[in-house]
Design a protein. Structure first.
Length: 448
């Protein structure tokens, strides 16, 4: 089915939308990758307290995401745009992001943890203002099924590049600047500038672009408390939305656990803190190459089938990494790269399927549904570092400052490996059981 002229998304809007992945991918990746380690191995925050520090801001994010979605729907109804909230979020995010990695020297571990907590809350609030309307945009830009896949294909390609740039480049900047508190601050400033540029590029690219079907959307007053329930009602009443969201949350949790464990694996399993960059490149670099292949494959077999295959690849590769318990070494890069191929599909297909679900359910609920979606993703990614930190606490992990060398107990070392391998594999395996219940809504949409 060929897109009509009104359905075809202009290149400027496609490029602008894809650029937003620099902001969303960078912010979604770097804190999950290094923040737990920053807390336990630079600020000497005990693992249990560090768990609270990474959880509370994300819990706040979950609370405000549906409200931001309601505001986004109101903006779309009145202005035929969602870019005002996105602009506010983009401009304020660097303040909180830099503050997270700017804890003053001399603070006690508790005070340092509280410092990070406050700025993390500020950063996640700003991120929500951008991310929630950003996710709802594809249903506004086009009603064409294939065009959404095209849009998401470009977005995920940029997302993979951004995750690679920020996830590998951020720690590299940190290590080049000394790997200590100053290194984290330099990293925070550099990455904040990159995030800001990507998000503002999206605002510029999609401003003034709305598909005819999205004009004159919901212009009723946004009663935030009532709109909070809109996404939950959709979750309860729409089996397709419910299945897709559960799958996405489980996989976000799997990804969050794996990413949070990478730095600990590099330091304590491979005995090289800087190996984080190479492990991360092995995970993400394949995604840049295979996203176009996943897009074409989905065009032949359907998004759900392709999504299933991607998830199986990731789960199998992650499970093989259990062997690190007995044979740590450089061989891990191969299964990590295979996991990266699956990871690309796990990023692409849910985000390409969500606009189809929103379109079939009613676009006036797009902001609320994407708000709940973002809240679910946030929950999964937030619980990932929390799971790792709790495992470290159970294993007797010993926190330290950057200039200390601490010998960790064998129980902690074993749990680090399991957090990197077995737990993500089991979570993705559980998501596959739920994915079987998903039913593609496109036939209903085409009939309508």
């Amino acid at each position: 089915m060929t897109a009509t002229a009104s359905d075809r998304i202009p290149r400027r809007a496609v490029a602008g939308y894809a650029a937003g992945s620099v902001g969303t991918g960078g912010f979604g990746t770097l804190p999950g990758l290094v923040l737990a380690y920053y807390l336990t191995d630079t600020l000497a925050v005990p693992a249990l307290l560090a768990t609270v520090v990474v959880l509370v801001p994300k819990a706040w994010d979950v609370l405000i995401d549906p409200a931001v979605g309601a505001l986004s729907d109101r903006e779309a109804g009145r202005r035929q745009t969602r870019t005002v909230l996105m602009t506010v979020g983009a401009l304020t995010l660097p303040i909180g992001f830099i503050g997270m990695f700017a804890a003053p020297a001399g603070l006690s571990p508790v005070a340092a943890g509280l410092w990070v907590l406050v700025f993390f809350v500020l950063a996640t609030s700003s991120f929500s203002l951008f991310q929630v309307p950003y996710i709802a945009l594809p249903a506004d830009l086009t009603s064409d099924y294939a065009e959404r896949t095209r849009l998401m294909g470009w977005r995920i390609a940029v997302l993979a590049l951004a995750i690679l740039l920020v996830g590998a480049g951020g720690p590299a900047v940190r290590d080049a600047a000394g790997g200590d508190s100053l290194g984290y601050l330099v990293m925070g400033v550099v990455v904040a500038v990159v995030l800001l540029g990507g998000m503002l590029a999206t605002v510029a690219g999609v401003r003034g672009r709305s598909h005819p079907h999205s004009r004159g959307g919901s212009d009723r007053p946004a009663r935030i408390r009532g709109e909070y329930r809109t996404g939950l009602v959709a979750f309860r009443e729409l089996p397709t939305y419910r299945s897709l969201l559960i799958v996405f949350v489980l996989q976000a949790l799997a990804t969050g656990v794996m990413l949070a464990a990478v730095q600990y694996v590099a330091t304590y399993t491979l005995d090289d803190q800087a190996a984080l960059t190479f492990v991360f490149v092995a995970l993400v670099a394949p995604a840049i190459l295979v996203v176009p292949l996943w897009t074409r494959y989905a065009g032949r077999v359907g998004k759900q089938t392709a999504f299933t295959l991607a998830s199986v690849l990731f789960a199998g590769a992650a499970l093989s990494l259990v062997l690190l318990l007995w044979a740590p070494g450089g061989w891990l890069y191969l299964p990590v790269a295979v996991a990266g191929v699956g990871y690309a599909g796990m990023q692409l297909f849910p985000l390409a399927m969500l606009p189809d679900v929103i379109s079939a359910a009613g676009r006036h609920r797009g902001g609320a549904m994407s708000g709940l979606w973002t809240a679910g993703e946030t929950t999964g990614l937030a619980l990932g570092p929390a799971v790792v930190l709790l495992l470290l606490a159970l294993g007797g992990f010993r926190s330290s400052t950057a200039d200390e060398v601490v010998t960790q107990p064998g129980s902690a070392l074993a749990l680090i490996v399991l957090a990197f391998s077995l737990i993500p594999a089991l979570l993705v395996g559980a998501s596959l059981l739920v994915l079987r219940r998903y039913r593609d809504p496109v036939p209903t949409e085409v009939t309508a």
